[in-house]
Ligand binder design. Structure first.
Ligand SMILES: [Cu+2]
Length: 483
């Protein structure tokens, strides 16, 4: 049970293409690797698409209900000598972060984040990790109970995996729950470049806390200068791409649910700040933390839950309300893409003509409008190549003006069980949408100001329309107030 280095035979690599785009596009499974079941090192499947892959029910091994990893996939495995064997390859990848914007990242098996690993409580797991990066790496299995030498902290628990080497990790998945994996070697660089993945250990009893839909994704962030493609790895806090599984809105697939389904959403945070995750239209309870399932008596309903750095949370709700419900991080700068964070506030400033003059000198110069920034969502400003607009996305009523960590939970009556296909925009029943007042133009009666009180700084006394309040100032020093 010791991480040991070995010569790497060139592993078989097979590409898994999504047939078309979007959820439900491709079905792959454990059976896909049976061809090489007898090889010493398991096949390392490869994927280069950002489409969500729906994993079928396991054909062998102990039963479980697979998770749906947003805009990502689950790594196929093989059974050998009583072990579930996986093969991860750490390597440079290209990821489409949003429509038309490609980033040069590091990841696993062709993508960032790497594929989700799904096992069952009690499984014996063997993970081959091959390093195809230009520098050494390791993998830490975040949150797991495992032998100390399998914990993956470079230098502390094992030698780093040098470029070209393959290491093997072996442990028993002792605790069911929600986990992550990431390097514990040159961590700042490797995580800023996108090296991370999700891990789910399903309960031994498939009837334990069953749900109809079980979604998961990682919170991650990049700092990629407009017009470039490689992250700035030294950035500590000022990231400009706030992503779920290395995707920004509108590139994040919707979470499609059938009305009445019990839905679980698992989220892990590998950014440098916390993210208050907010769901519209439903209340949820946190049912799993990094430490395992929560006691039912410890749960309380909420509509926003904060996820700190390094934490994992799973929350559950009954999808009882039909519609297209926003689901997003509630930090408003995290639902925006690059550009504009350094732009001065111009609300209320009449700068007509100034921008035109500056534009003659700096063609890409952009100023915030004096009425706010909504025009940017509508106009799709001229921006450098390979850059996402700050506010974007088109809804059935107009521009959605979002970016970053935003998508929708789509709840539909007609959706079939286990069907994740995007049903399109919600068809609103008559008379259920906010409407424009079409009656006479109103000059609404305003509330009287008589109750408002202001303090005149000269006299220290209350002024304004309300009753005067006399203030007596008492100084605390030495009990000689009033001198
Ligand atoms: Cu956030």
């Amino acid at each position: 049970m010791k991480a040991n280095t070995m010569k790497t035979p060139a592993p078989a690599r097979r590409r898994f293409f999504a047939q078309g785009a979007g959820i439900g596009a491709a079905l792959i499974g454990a059976a896909a690797v049976s061809r090489v079941a007898q090889a010493t090192v398991p096949e390392a499947p490869l994927r280069d698409s950002a489409a969500t892959v729906i994993t079928p029910l396991p054909a062998k091994g102990r039963p479980y209900n697979p998770v749906v990893t947003l805009n990502s996939w689950t790594l196929p495995w093989r059974m050998k000598d009583g072990y579930k064997e996986f093969h991860l390859i750490a390597e440079p990848v290209r990821r489409e972060i949003g429509p038309g914007m490609i980033a040069n990242l590091w990841g696993y098996n062709g993508q960032s984040p790497g594929p989700t690993i799904e096992v069952v409580e009690g499984d014996r797991v063997r993970l081959f990790v091959t390093n195809k990066l230009p520098e050494h790496t390791t993998i830490h299995w975040h949150g797991q109970r495992l032998p100390n030498g399998m914990d993956g902290v470079g230098g502390l628990n094992q030698p780093q995996i040098k470029p070209g080497e393959t290491y093997v990790y072996e442990f028993i998945a002792r605790r069911a729950g929600t986990f992550m994996y990431h390097p514990h070697a040159d961590e700042m660089t490797q995580m800023a470049m996108g090296m991370m993945g999700f891990w789910v250990t399903h309960p031994k009893d498939p009837k334990f806390m069953p749900v109809d839909r079980d979604f998961c994704f990682l919170l991650n962030a990049y700092d990629i200068d407009p017009g470039s493609a490689t992250p700035q790895i030294n950035t500590m806090l000022d990231f400009n791409l706030w992503t779920w599984n290395s995707r920004t809105f509108p590139g994040i697939d919707p979470l499609v649910c059938r009305m009445g389904d019990r839905v679980r959403i698992r989220v892990g945070n590998l950014t440098m700040t916390n993210h208050p995750m907010h769901l519209h239209g439903h209340e949820f309870v946190v049912t799993c933390t990094d430490g395992g399932w929560t006691q039912p008596s410890s749960r309380w309903p909420e509509v926003t839950t904060d996820i700190a750095v390094g934490q994992m949370r799973a929350f559950e709700f009954e999808a009882t309300e039909p519609g297209d419900w926003a689901f997003h991080c509630h930090k408003s700068h995290h639902t925006m893409n690059p550009m504009g964070h350094d732009v001065p506030t111009m609300i209320g400033v009449d700068h007509r003509g100034v921008a035109a003059k500056i534009n003659k000198l700096v063609p890409d110069y952009m100023v915030m409008g004096e009425r706010g920034m909504a025009d940017m969502g509508e106009m799709e400003m001229q921006i450098p190549d390979n850059t996402l607009p700050m506010m974007t996305g088109q809804g059935q009523f107009g521009p959605i003006e979002m970016g970053g960590m935003f998508t929708t939970v789509k709840v539909r009556k007609g959706q079939a069980k286990n069907d994740y296909k995007d049903p399109g925009p919600y068809k609103y029943p008559p008379n259920t949408v906010a409407y424009k007042w079409a009656g006479e133009s109103l000059n609404p009666t305003r509330a009287p100001t008589s109750r408002m009180t202001e303090i005149d700084p000269a006299t220290g006394r209350a002024t304004g329309g309300g009753k005067s309040i006399e203030l007596t100032v008492r100084k605390p020093a030495g009990g000689h107030a009033g001198h």
